[in-house]
Design a protein around this ligand. Structure first.
Ligand code: SF4
Length: 180
């Protein structure tokens, strides 16, 4: 009987998609990857909701109410949840705004910067409620693995996913552990 492919989901919360780009930097090994795993919710598939999965890769920190919703959906559905990159692990670059009053941030972006439409701060009920601080994802859900880096190198993604697919612990050599 053919072995079942693992299901893998990815999402970007408060992140820049750089971690997703680094995952794609595995280049032609992407063909090996798709023989090992099937993608569920991911910007790569454009599936909007995460179904039951084996591995969930989460890029980005938590900066608004929608991030919490997506993250909890991932935790509920993913057997193994991985915090990918500095933003997911510590809040990263988006958390630089944590020392600035949120209202001041909005005014700087929407009212003082030239080119924004009439200086109006968006206030549509469909927009997610922003939080005053950007938080690492472990403050919201349990995390099984942390893959550091901004972004983590492609080889680190490769080792992580292939190890988990093979049912072994990932072994990340020092060269694959980036803290910048
Ligand atoms: Fe982008 Fe770096 Fe954050 Fe990844 S860790 S989402 S590359 S800023």
């Amino acid at each position: 009987m053919a072995e079942r492919k693992l299901k893998l989901a990815t999402t970007s919360l408060a992140g820049c998609f750089g971690c997703h780009m680094s995952l794609l930097d595995i280049d032609e090994r992407i063909l090996d990857l798709v023989s090992l795993v099937e993608f569920d919710r991911s910007p790569l598939t454009d599936i909007k909701h995460c179904g039951p999965c084996d591995i969930g890769l989460v890029e980005g920190g938590v900066c608004n109410a929608e991030n919490v919703h997506v993250l909890r959906e991932f935790r509920k559905n993913c057997r193994i949840l991985v915090a990918v990159g500095a933003c997911a692990i510590t809040g990263g670059v988006p958390a630089l705004r944590n020392n600035v009053d949120l209202w001041d941030c909005f005014r700087e972006v929407y009212q003082y910067e030239p080119g924004t439409k009439k200086g109006v701060i968006p206030n549509d009920p469909e927009l997610p409620l922003p939080f005053d601080k950007v938080r690492p994802i472990y403050e919201v859900v349990r995390v099984d693995y942390f893959l550091p880096g901004c972004p983590p190198p492609a080889d680190a993604f490769w080792e992580l996913v292939t190890a988990l697919a093979a049912g072994r612990e990932p072994k990340l050599e020092a060269a694959l552990l980036k803290y910048d």
